[in-house]
Unconditional design. Structure first.
Length: 634
C-alpha cells in the first residue's frame, strides 16, 4: 500500500485539475491520479447515494431513484438528472441512452461542496458527480430536486476506472475500513535478473512445479527439443540446471503434471507430437525409467493437457484438447482410455486449449472448450462425469488460437475467465450458474492497453503480496504485461516492473514462448520466469526488503500428489477485513497464492472433489505459510 495522498477539495476533483490524460479515438483515457483516490472521494463527500436510473422523459430529465444512502441521509424527495442544459449535447444523449438501458444496475452519486483553488472554507458551492461505469458526469444543483448535467469529465477515470457495481463494493469497503487505501501503484520492484540457460527446439510452455511436495518450486520448460528443469540454489543464490540430475528426458509439445501412477509423487504426461507418454517419478526423485506409452494418438495432434480427477482413486486422469474438441483420458491398466466429450454438430471453427477448473463452485471440475465461433461448457457432475455441452456463442475466440486462464478478480468467490488471442481480449465475469458477462471494458487501465494479440499465456498472480489478484499476460511478439488490482476488478499498469523499466522492455521486447509467475526463490515473493523467442530463459526476481519486519506475507495453498485427488480444487480466502477471492489449485502447481499486506489472519475454505467443505484459519506473521490441502498447515 502507498502512503495516503494529500487531501484535496471536491472542487479540484470536479475541475479535474492535475490528472494525467491521454487522448485517443475521440475518448480520454485517464491514468491513475495518485492525488485523488476513492479514499479521498469518500472522505470529501457529504452524501453518497446508490441510485437507479430510468429512461429520460420528454423534457430530457432522467429520474434518479435513491436506493440507499452509503453516507449522509437518503433524500425524502424525488431527485433527477437534467440533461437539457449540458454543453456537451452528444454526451448528454449518450448518458440518456445509458440510463435507459441500465435497468436495476446501480449508479453512484457523490455530493459535496465545490471550491476553486484558494477559496476559503465557507465559500463552497454545492456540486456532485455521478458515476455510471466509466462515465463520470459533473453536476450542479438545478430546480425541484434536479441536478443539471455540466459535462462528462474523463479525467475522473483517474480516481476510479471500472464498473459502478465494483465501485460500490470499493466504497462500502472504504467506509468500513478507511485505513485500507486503494492502491495507486504496484509498490514493488525487481531485485535483479537471472539467466539459468537456453532451451533448444520449439518451446511449448513454462510451469512452476512442486516436484517434491514440500512447497519449493522448480521451473519446468516444455520443449520439442528437450524438456528442462531449473531450480534455485539458495547457497549460490542462483538457478541450477536440474535436468540431468533428475534424469528428465521428455520432449513435450504439450504436458501436464499429476500423480498418474497413484504412488503419491508427481509424474509428467508428455505429448511429443506423435505419442502421449508418462514419465514416472521414482522414489529418488528422478525420471530415468522407460516412459510408459499411454496409447493415445488423436487425429490432428494434441493442443493441451490438464490433470484432473476422473474417479480412478489416487491415479490422476487427463483432459486433452484436440483439433476436434476435448477428450477425457481415464487411467486404464498401464495407459488411458480415451473418451471424447460429445461436441455438437456444426462448424465451430478452430479449437483452442481447454480450461479445466471448478467454474460453478460445486466441488467438481468443469471444462471450458473455446472455439472460434462459440465456446462449449461441460459442467462437471461427478469425478470424470460431465453434462452435455452448453454452447455459448459470446465466448467464442473469433480467431484462434487463444488462451484462457481463471482468477477471481472481483473477489466474489467465483472464478472469472481471462481470454486473449489474435481476435479477442475478454475478461468474462462469472455471474454464477456457468453464466458470464464481458467486463473487459470496465477493467481500468487494462481495457485500453491490453489488445487482441498472439497472447502466449495469461495468469492470475499476486506480484505485490497485497491480497488483491493481479493479472499477468505474456505475448509472442512483445514484452509481457503486468496489471495490479486496485480492488474489485479495476486494474492499473505495473509501471515500475514493466513499462518504465527500460532493461525489462529491452530484454523481453521480442516476445516469449513460455512464461510463469511463481515464488521460484522461496522468499515468499513471486518472481517472473520468461522463455524468450530465442529459447533463452530469464527469471526476474522480485525485490524483498531486508529485515524480518519487511518479509512478504501470505498463504501458499498447495494440492500435493499425496492428497489423493488430482482436483482441480477451488480455494477461497479472506483476511480480517476483506475477501481475497478464489483461486484454482492443481497438483504441484503454485495456483493458490494469497498475499497479505500486514500480519494478521487468513481464513481458507475449499472442497476437494467428492469431499465436504473444509475451512482453516491461519495466523500469518513473518513469512508466507504453506498449506497442503487435506493436511495440517506447515
Amino acid at each position: 500500500m502507498t502512503a495516503h495522498a494529500p487531501i484535496r477539495r471536491l472542487a479540484v476533483v470536479l475541475a479535474a485539475t492535475g490528472a494525467a490524460l491521454l487522448l485517443g479515438s475521440g475518448a480520454a483515457l485517464a491514468l491513475i491520479n495518485p492525488r485523488f483516490t476513492p479514499n479521498d472521494l469518500v472522505e470529501q463527500s457529504n452524501q453518497i447515494l446508490v441510485v437507479k436510473l430510468a429512461k429520460p422523459g420528454a423534457n430530457n430529465v432522467v429520474p434518479m431513484t435513491p436506493v440507499r444512502a452509503l453516507k449522509g441521509a437518503k433524500p425524502d424527495k424525488a431527485i433527477a438528472l437534467n440533461l437539457a442544459a449540458a454543453a456537451q449535447q452528444e454526451w448528454a444523449k449518450k448518458i440518456g441512452e445509458m440510463a435507459a438501458e441500465r435497468g436495476e444496475t446501480p449508479a453512484l452519486l457523490f455530493v459535496g461542496e465545490r471550491r476553486e483553488q484558494g477559496q476559503a472554507e465557507g465559500e463552497g458551492v454545492k456540486g456532485a458527480v455521478l458515476q455510471i461505469d466509466r462515465a463520470w458526469v459533473v453536476l450542479e444543483p438545478g430546480q425541484d430536486g434536479a441536478w443539471n448535467m455540466v459535462r462528462v469529465d474523463d479525467k475522473l477515470q483517474g480516481t476510479w476506472d471500472g464498473g459502478s457495481d465494483m465501485m460500490l463494493r470499493a466504497i462500502e469497503h472504504i467506509l468500513k475500513h478507511p485505513q485500507d487505501l486503494v492502491p495507486v501503484s504496484v509498490n514493488c520492484d525487481w531485485a535483479g535478473t537471472k539467466k539459468p540457460g537456453k532451451v533448444e527446439g520449439q518451446v511449448a510452455s513454462a510451469a512452476a512445479v512442486d516436484l517434491d511436495g514440500k512447497g519449493a518450486f522448480v521451473l519446468h520448460v516444455a520443449s520439442a527439443g528437450g524438456d528442462r528443469l531449473f531450480g534455485w540454489d539458495a547457497g549460490k543464490k542462483d538457478f541450477a540446471d536440474l535436468t540431468a540430475a533428475r534424469k528428465l528426458g521428455g520432449r513435450s509439445r504439450a504436458s501436464a503434471w499429476g500423480d498418474f501412477s497413484g504412488d503419491g509423487k508427481l509424474d509428467l504426461a508428455s505429448w511429443d507430437g506423435a505419442a502421449l507418454t508418462v514419465h514416472l517419478q521414482a522414489a529418488d526423485g528422478t525420471f530415468g525409467g522407460k516412459p510408459a506409452d499411454a496409447g493415445f494418438k488423436p487425429e490432428g495432434g494434441c493442443l493441451s493437457l490438464a490433470a484432473l480427477d476422473t474417479g480412478a482413486g489416487k491415479r490422476a486422469g487427463l483432459l486433452a484438447t484436440t483439433a476436434k474438441g476435448p477428450v477425457l483420458l481415464r487411467p486404464d491398466g498401464d495407459g488411458f482410455k480415451a473418451e471424447p466429450l460429445p461436441v455438437p454438430e456444426g462448424d465451430l471453427g478452430q479449437a483452442s486449449a481447454c480450461l479445466v477448473a471448478d467454474l460453478d463452485a460445486d466441488g467438481w471440475a468443469d471444462v471450458l472448450a473455446p472455439f472460434e465461433k462459440a465456446a462449449l461448457i461441460f459442467r462437471g457432475k461427478a469425478a470424470g462425469a460431465f453434462e452435455a455441452a452448453k454452447k455459448v456463442e459470446a465466448l467464442g475466440t473469433t480467431k484462434g488460437p487463444a488462451t484462457c486462464s481463471a482468477g477471481d478478480y472481483d473477489a466474489d468467490g467465483l472464478l472469472d475467465v481471462f481470454m486473449i488471442g489474435p481476435g479477442c481480449c475478454h475478461l468474462w465475469n462469472n455471474r454464477g450458474g456457468l453464466t458470464f458477462a464481458e467486463s473487459f471494458g470496465h477493467s481500468g487501465e487494462m481495457c485500453y492497453t491490453a489488445q487482441p494479440s498472439a497472447g502466449f499465456v495469461s495468469q492470475s498472480c499476486d506480484i505485490n503480496n497485497d491480497g488483491l489478484p493481479d493479472l499477468f499476460i505474456a505475448f509472442a511478439d512483445e514484452h509481457p504485461h503486468m496489471y495490479f488490482n486496485r480492488g474489485y476488478r479495476s486494474f492499473g499498469k505495473a509501471l515500475s516492473l514493466v513499462w518504465e523499466n527500460a532493461e525489462f522492455t529491452r530484454e523481453a521486447g521480442a516476445g516469449q514462448r513460455g512464461a510463469v509467475v511463481a515464488d521460484l526463490t522461496g522468499d515468499g515473493a513471486q518472481d517472473m520466469a520468461l522463455v524468450h523467442a530465442d529459447g533463452s530463459v530469464q527469471v526476474w526476481v522480485r525485490g524483498v526488503a531486508e529485515g524480518d519486519d519487511n518479509r512478504p506475507l501470505g498463504a501458499q495453498v498447495l494440492l500435493g500428489a499425496s492428497a489423493g485427488t488430482a482436483g482441480p480444487a477451488t480455494v477461497t480466502a479472506w483476511n480480517d477485513r476483506r475477501p481475497l477471492g478464489a483461486l484454482s489449485v492443481s497438483p504441484g502447481s503454485p495456483g493458490g497464492f494469497f498475499g497479505l499486506p500486514a500480519a494478521g489472519t487468513i481464513k481458507l475454505r475449499w472442497q476437494l472433489p467428492g469431499g465436504k467443505p473444509q475451512e482453516k484459519t491461519l495466523e500469518i506473521e513473518g513469512k508466507v505459510r504453506n498449506v497442503f490441502l487435506g493436511t495440517d498447515a506447515k
